[in-house]
Design a protein around this ligand. Structure first.
Ligand SMILES: Cc1cc2nc3c(=O)[nH]c(=O)nc-3n(C[C@H](O)[C@H](O)[C@H](O)COP(=O)(O)O)c2cc1C
Length: 207
C-alpha cells in the first residue's frame, strides 16, 4: 500500500486505474477531498502499486475464510473492512472494471466463502453495514457503457456488506488529462464524497 492507512480511518478510497493521475484518479481525489472537508478520515489504497495475485480458485479459504494466497490482499481487506464508507474508482475496460479492480473483487471470494459457507449467512440478504460510492470514466458515449461495471460493483459491495449508495460515471473521457476539461465532473465528485461523508453520520455528537 503506497500510503499506509491509519488504524482509525472512516472511509477507504480505492484507486483502481493503472494510471496514477488519470481521469478516475482525479475524480476519486476530489471525492476524498469532499469527505475530508466534512471532517472524516480517509485511507487511500492505490491498487496499481500492490502485489496481488488473481484468485487461483483453490478454495484454501474453505477452512476458515482466510485466503490461502499471502500477499497485499490481507492488508487491503482489513483496511476496507475497518471503514464505514468505501469509495471505489475504476476506468471502463471492455465494458467492465480494470484488471486491478477485478483481481481485488475476486480475492474477496474468500470473504464470500466466510459469510455464506462458513458462517451460514443466507444469500441475497446482505446486511448494509457500509455505504459505498463508485466513480468511473469511459471514452465512448454508449448507453450501456457502465452497466457491466455497475453490476460487478453492486455484487462486490454486497460481499462487503456495503450498499451501492451512489455512483458517478462520466462518458467521453479518454486521454489521462481529459478530466481537466471538466471541472463540473470534478465538482460533482467532490460533492458526492462530501455527501457520502455526511450520510455516514459519524461526526454527530452523542445525545
Ligand atoms: C484496456 C482498455 C480497455 C478500454 N475499454 C474501454 C471500453 O470498453 N469502453 C470505453 O468507452 N472506453 C474504454 N477504454 C478507455 C478508458 O475507459 C478511458 O480512457 C478512461 O478515461 C480511463 O480512465 P483512467 O484515466 O482513470 O484510467 C479502455 C481503455 C483501455 C486501456
Amino acid at each position: 500500500m503506497s500510503a499506509r492507512p491509519s488504524q482509525m480511518h472512516q472511509i477507504t478510497a480505492i484507486y483502481g486505474s493503472p494510471r496514477r493521475r488519470g481521469n478516475t484518479a482525479t475524480l476519486l481525489r476530489r471525492a476524498v477531498e469532499g469527505a475530508r472537508s466534512e471532517g472524516l478520515t480517509v485511507a487511500e489504497i492505490f491498487l496499481r502499486d500492490l502485489k496481488m495475485s488473481p484468485c487461483l480458485e483453490i478454495y484454501g479459504c474453505q477452512r476458515d475464510g482466510e485466503c490461502a494466497i499471502r500477499d497485499d490482499f490481507q492488508q487491503v481487506r482489513d483496511t476496507i473492512l475497518a471503514a464505514q464508507g468505501i469509495m471505489l474508482a475504476s476506468p471502463i475496460f471492455f465494458y467492465s472494471v480494470s484488471a486491478q479492480v477485478k483481481i481485488l473483487m475476486d480475492r474477496f471470494q474468500s470473504q464470500w466463502v466466510k459469510k455464506h459457507w462458513i458462517e451460514g449467512q443466507p444469500m441475497g440478504k446482505s446486511r448494509r453495514l457500509r455505504k459505498g460510492l463508485f466513480l468511473s470514466a469511459g471514452a465512448t458515449q454508449g448507453k450501456k457503457l457502465f452497466d457491466g461495471a455497475l453490476l460487478s460493483v453492486k455484487y462486490f459491495f454486497d460481499v462487503l456488506d456495503t450498499e451501492l449508495w451512489d455512483y458517478k460515471c462520466f462518458r467521453g473521457l479518454d486521454y489521462a488529462d481529459d478530466i481537466r476539461q471538466h471541472p463540473d465532473h470534478q465538482t460533482e465528485a467532490f460533492g458526492a464524497g462530501a455527501a457520502l461523508a455526511r450520510a455516514l453520520n459519524l461526526n454527530k455528537p452523542e445525545d
